[in-house]
Structures are given as C-alpha cells and as structure tokens.
Design a protein around this ligand. Structure first.
Ligand SMILES: Nc1ncnc2c1ncn2[C@@H]1O[C@H](COP(=O)(O)OP(=O)(O)O)[C@@H](O)[C@H]1O
Ligand SMILES: [Mg+2]
Length: 223
C-alpha cells in the first residue's frame, strides 16, 4: 500500500500507570478504504478513534496522518488538522439544538472560513445528494433520531475530509435506521472515495467495511 492516509505504529495508550487500554496497535489505512473495527464495550474503540482523530495522544508509538507524524503536534495544529481534514460521526446526537439541519451542516465550513452563500449552497447540495433536502429547515427536535444522525453524518462529510471517523454511529438507532445510516456512510466511501474508519460493538456492522479488524485485549487482529 503506498501513501496510507493514516498509519499507526505500535501505539500504546494508558490512562493510569499500570493499566494499558491499547497495547501495541499497528494499522495502515489506505486512501479510499473503509475499515471496520469491532470490539466489546470497554475494549478501547473510542480510545483508538480519539488517537486517530487527534483528540488525544498515544502514551507511546506513532500516529501518522497524511504522511506526517501527528503523535505530538501542538494542540493548535491538531485543531487545524481536525477542522480541515477530519470528519467525525459520534454515538450520540451531536447536532446543535437551536439551529436547523442546514445550519448545522454549515458549521464545519464556517469553521474553515467558507463564506455564507457558498456555505449554504454546499450544505443544500449535500442534503440533496443524499436525499435529505426535506430536512433542511428542521430543528433537531423536529427530526427522528435516525434523521438527526443522517444530518450529523452529512455534516461530517460536507468539508470532504480526508478521513471520516465513526464511533458506534448506529448505537442509538433501531435496525432500519441503522441500515440507512450505514448505507449513507458506505455511499460516502463508494461514491466520493472518502476513507472511513468505523468502530462498532457488532462484527456484522463492522463488515460494512472492506477491511475488518477485531479489537481485543488491547490489540488488533484481522476480523
Ligand atoms: N478519559 C479516560 N480516563 C480514564 N479511563 C478511560 C478514559 N477513557 C476511557 N477510559 C477507560 O479505557 C477503557 C476503554 O474505554 P473506551 O475506549 O471508551 O472503550 P470502548 O469505546 O470500546 O467502549 C475503559 O476501561 C474505560 O473505562
Ligand atoms: Mg466507545
């Protein structure tokens, strides 16, 4: 694999002196791949995603993103990379409650300095592209959980990040809505070539990915 988007080399992470959550994780994620990782609750999935997403630093080992070592970048540089290159879809519903779906989707572009009318156009174009145009003017509380999570996914995608990180994105959804959400993430990957890393407690769900790993006892193994 040449030029992985993300590469982890012998990454360890502990939150206390003698208890390691990750014990030497190495992984290369190539451009355009969809990697699914499954593991039990408490196995370290969110810890791993936070390291990949520059929200935390490894205790040791290195994280390379887009060819540069980001294991120890300054917090302002990490923030810039997160804003410009990464998209997150979390477990819960992270829409801003007092603004509409369209405005929620505009937020990441606003943070990147895209001007107002262009922001609006691009947000609307993405809602249309993914068949969600009718939600544009709705506030989060006027949408179902499934709809809110689809809007959150589009929001993560609107800046066309190099990497989308999805942390149990379907965990609060029923089966039908979970499937729609997974199809949406798969469409980002397939139609737009976005690189995706998704973690789940479900092996079946992780198999939406083209590469599947299991996280257990602090290490990754082919799933
Ligand atoms: N900020 C933190 N401080 C201390 N311990 C943490 C922190 N975050 C996670 N942990 C612990 O690390 C382990 C793995 O947690 P986590 O990565 O959230 O697992 P998962 O996402 O697979 O459920 C758990 O034992 C959890 O209690
Ligand atoms: Mg978690």
């Amino acid at each position: 694999m040449d030029d992985p988007v993300l590469s982890l080399t012998d990454v360890w992470k502990s939150y206390s002196e003698d208890d390691h959550v990750l014990k030497g994780v190495s992984l290369r994620v190539g451009k355009g791949e969809f990697v699914g990782i499954y593991g039990r609750s408490g196995s370290g999935k969110s810890t791993l995603l936070r390291l990949m997403g520059l929200l935390d630093r490894p205790t040791r080992g290195s994280v390379q993103f887009a060819g540069a070592d980001v294991s120890a970048v300054s917090s302002s540089e990490a923030a810039r990379i997160r804003r410009e290159k990464l998209g997150y879809v979390f477990q819960g519903f992270n829409l801003i409650p007092h603004v509409t779906a369209l405005e929620n989707i505009e937020v990441p572009m606003w943070l990147c300095g895209v001007r107002g009318d262009e922001r609006r156009e691009r947000a609307l174009a993405d809602l249309k592209r993914f068949g969600l145009e009718r939600l544009a003017g709705r506030y989060p509380m006027e949408m179902s959980h499934g709809e809110q999570q689809r809007v959150a996914a589009v929001r993560a995608m609107v800046t066309r990040p190099s990497l989308i990180l999805a942390d149990e994105p379907t965990s609060s959804l029923d089966d039908d809505n979970a499937k729609v959400l997974l199809d949406l993430v798969s469409a980002f990957n397939r139609d737009l070539g976005t690189t995706v890393v998704m973690v789940s407690t479900s092996a079946d769900e992780a198999k939406a990915g083209s590469k599947v790993y299991r996280l257990s006892s602090g290490t990754l193994s082919p799933g």
